[in-house]
Design a protein around this ligand. Structure first.
Ligand code: HAM
Length: 416
């Protein structure tokens, strides 16, 4: 028996209402803020991600699905969406449009991780990017948009975590201070952190290991080492978030797991679980477009995992509306009745009434049982007798009451 590959899952019909709910709220939020949809390929040139996410990150180092295709090209299944959007921005000359260009996407994302609740090898992201402006008001918009999305989804008890990790100018100075600080604790660090210290010292700050966390808690803070421009940017952003009355908390240990970030980084986390199960995150990446061959272009964005949103909707018992479905079932007994049922189903659907038509040759009892299981409001029953008299039996499935009505009046009755 074949099974879905480890870390992937089928989204069965009974789960789909969660997905439509999230997708609709996300698309509505984008419309309110003036973001337009973009779609990009499920795979890209492998180099795009090494270049953007960074060779020293877990994603590039351990998690990418990279392979050589039959033409000898090195291909990677996308591990996130930001790099693809920046590639598309450069490739299609989107710098010629009025800036900032605001785009959103839904995409399947692939990361070879150890599967567990909320962590999969294929997951689905909703994300958006605002490219071409470094105004902190844009950071405030992007952060607010994420917060308002979760508000509109009705997910309570979330925290908004914020930090600034500086730019090309001030980051090297901060990293030197950080390395210096950690030099005193090398023997107490977990083995991962010992390696990270040489390769990617920022990542020591968000280590999940308890003893490393204690060391990180009192480590020097990036916000204290910002250059004047980054400091002003951060303080303006906090002021704007205050104007918007967003309940943000600055946490100096928030650094994010992708190397392209500059200045603003932020995450939305469930209050109870914290960073272990971050529901969404993003930040500024002012150098990325240039690194991918474009002109220097500041940008900021955010992405959230739809599976994690749905886990939260379920655990917080948020009421999600069901999807609309046909409300009429047509049951029939006898050959003439079957012909009539085929014509009637088509006629009703053309009139905009959803119909499930019985097929096969089940007994009436079995057909009504099926109608009941499907949860339709009405069953229309046709026997050869009804065909002769030009009537149908209309059965209210909620109270089992039924009546004979002329076939010609059925559409009008159902519409009522
Ligand atoms: P990220 O934090 O790597 O950021 O992923 C965004 C979200 O995707 C996470 O907060 C989480 O909800 C979900 N996610 C990540 N990995 C998994 C997984 N293995 N299983 C299930 N859900 C997962 C980015 O990808 C950046 N591109 C975000 C961004 C956009 N930054 C700027 N613009």
């Amino acid at each position: 028996m074949y099974q879905a590959p480890r870390g992937t899952s089928d989204i069965l019909p009974q789960e789909q209402y969660y997905w439509r709910y999230v997708e609709t709220k996300a698309a509505n939020t984008c419309q309110l803020y003036g973001y337009e949809r973009i779609d990009f390929p499920a795979f890209e040139d492998a180099g795009l991600f090494t270049r953007s996410i960074g060779a020293e990150t877990d994603i590039v180092d351990k998690e990418m699905y990279t392979f050589e295709d039959r033409g000898g090209n090195k291909i990677t299944l996308i591990p996130e969406g930001t790099a693809s959007i920046c590639r598309a921005y450069v490739e299609h000359g989107l710098h010629n449009l009025p800036q900032p260009v605001k785009l959103y996407y839904f995409a399947s994302v692939f990361r070879y991780e150890r599967p567990q609740a909320g962590r999969y090898r294929q997951h689905h992201q909703f994300g958006y990017e605002a490219i071409g402006d470094d105004d902190p008001a844009l950071d405030a918009e992007v952060i607010n948009m994420a917060w308002q999305l979760f508000q509109s989804l009705g997910i309570p008890r979330l925290s908004l975590i914020l930090n600034s990790i500086g730019c090309k100018i001030c980051r090297p100075g901060y990293l030197a201070v950080l390395k210096n600080y950690y030099a005193n604790y090398v023997n107490e660090l977990c083995s991962d952190c010992k390696t990270r210290l040489g390769r990617n010292p920022l990542r020591l700050l968000d280590c999940k290991n308890l003893s490393c966390q204690q060391i990180a808690d009192v480590a020097p803070k990036s916000a204290d080492y910002l250059c004047q421009e980054c400091a002003e940017h951060f303080s303006q952003l906090k002021r704007y978030l205050g104007l918007l009355e967003l309940p943000f908390v600055v946490n100096h240990r928030l650094v994010r797991g992708l190397d392209y970030y500059t200045r603003t980084v932020f995450e939305v986390q469930p209050e109870a679980e914290g960073s272990q199960s971050t529901i969404g995150g993003g930040g500024r990446y002012d150098n990325l477009i240039e690194e991918l061959g474009g002109k220097p272009t500041p940008a900021i964005g955010f992405a959230t995992g739809i599976e994690r949103i749905i886990l939260n909707l379920k655990s917080q018992q948020v009421l999600v509306p069901p999807l609309p479905k046909p409300e009429v079932f047509i049951a029939h007994l006898g050959n003439d009745a079957r012909d009539e049922a085929i014509k009637l189903s088509f006629k009703l659907r053309q009139a905009g009434i959803g119909v499930i038509e019985s097929t096969g040759s089940k007994s009436l009892k079995a057909q009504l049982r099926q109608a009941n299981t499907l949860g339709v409001n009405h069953a229309v029953i046709i026997g050869d007798q009804e065909v002769k008299s030009g009537t149908v039996i209309l059965r209210d499935m909620t109270n089992a009451r039924q009546e004979a009505i002329p076939l010609a009046r059925l559409e009008e009755r159902l519409k009522q």
